[in-house]
Design a protein around this ligand. Sequence first.
Ligand SMILES: Cc1cc2nc3c(=O)[nH]c(=O)nc-3n(C[C@H](O)[C@H](O)[C@H](O)COP(=O)(O)OP(=O)(O)OC[C@H]3O[C@@H](n4cnc5c(N)ncnc54)[C@H](O)[C@@H]3O)c2cc1C
Length: 406
Amino acid sequence: MERNWAGNLTYRATRLETPTSIDELRQLVAETPRIRALGSRHSFSDVADTPAVLVSLAELPGTVTVDGDRVTVPAATSYGDLAATLHTHGRALPNLASLPHISVAGGVATGTHGSGDRNGCLATSVAALDVVGADGRLTRISRDDPEFAGSVVALGALGVVVSVVLDTVPAFDLRQTVYPRVPWRAVLAGFDELMAAGHSVSLFTDWAGENLRQIWVKSTGEPPADLFGVAPATTALHMIPGESTDAVTAQLGVPGPWLDRLPHFRLDHKPSSGDELQSEYLLPRDRAPEALRRLRALAGRIAPVLHVTEIRSVAADDLWLSGAHGRETIAVHFTWRNLPAQVAALLPAVEAALLTLDARPHWGKVFATGDLAGRYPRWSEFRALRRDRDPDGRFTNPFLTRLGLV
Ligand SMILES: Cc1cc2nc3c(=O)[nH]c(=O)nc-3n(C[C@H](O)[C@H](O)[C@H](O)COP(=O)(O)OP(=O)(O)OC[C@H]3O[C@@H](n4cnc5c(N)ncnc54)[C@H](O)[C@@H]3O)c2cc1C
């Protein structure tokens, strides 16, 4: 059977269906007792997996349609392709993830996010979803629906999303500037000021030593002349040592369109390392200093297993299963080396440091804990919504069952 992007997961599905019309998809869903939607396969966890039938919407017809300040997007469209079309209409999304390769429906379903104190996760741009439900009917769920906030970051549990309507903003220019080796001491003392230094700010570290590896600032205006006295880099840098800088989006403060600066990685290149696993934990912002202190104390164990950590901010939202639900958030991400046994052995120590600070693991990345219910105030409402929408468990899978969402 097929594998995910990283190759750490072989899907257990017995069949992969690729319907070529919405009617075919509706019939397939209605006739199949257990079925899951598959996006562009960039999740590291088994969130998409099923021992039954997977359905990809990559062959469904449909085009990106811009209408005023809204855009309707076929579910399998990549953010990169969507961004290119939006830009030709003078429109934009306020933020993107580190890579433009992921599908819009897949990114929305797991609460995928970029960085920025005022940027919510990508799902916060969703105004409506067209979903094939458990009975095979196609229904639109809009922002004025009382169950909308439970239906957006939905892990594929409520049906197969066929198209997504997103709010857009006017297209804008950005500059991307990288500051190498900024001291931890200054970063911790001026953390809030630093995270507000641009439209989107990412801190990269391997936790070892007295300096961070790099800080990437994406600014709509002039970038800071320096960060705590550290001047910008004068050559392009990849956040993972040894990786080609051909793969990263334009840096050096050169202004250019939002879609060529918001992601770290270019659509026509390999994102990240490729030989990796990923984990991420989303924390209440006021617990972040303690989280960073605890992780620095674990540096000796983390650094040998790590390509790089990225620290980002995410604005609070009201989406029930979003990692940023109800709280301003700091997300601490780990791009691990492709060492599954070592990563599995280390995760309990990382989680022991973070879970007591009310961290929520990213749904699409690897995590060890099964103790999630108390971390989401609307958990039981989501369970009830899922039961109501899918009483026979057509869209359930081992991931949802293991975590108590079924
Ligand atoms: C190199 C790399 C970089 C990454 N960077 C970031 C980042 O910057 N920020 C971040 O938050 N995450 C990041 N991720 C994680 C990634 O964004 C998420 O795992 C995302 O969900 C992947 O989307 P996908 O289309 O590949 O979905 P898949 O992995 O295929 O599926 C994920 C979930 O979406 C559901 N789904 C997919 N399509 C549909 C549909 N049509 N209807 C209903 N449900 C559907 C699936 O059932 C499943 O539950 C990164 C991953 C990689 C590999």
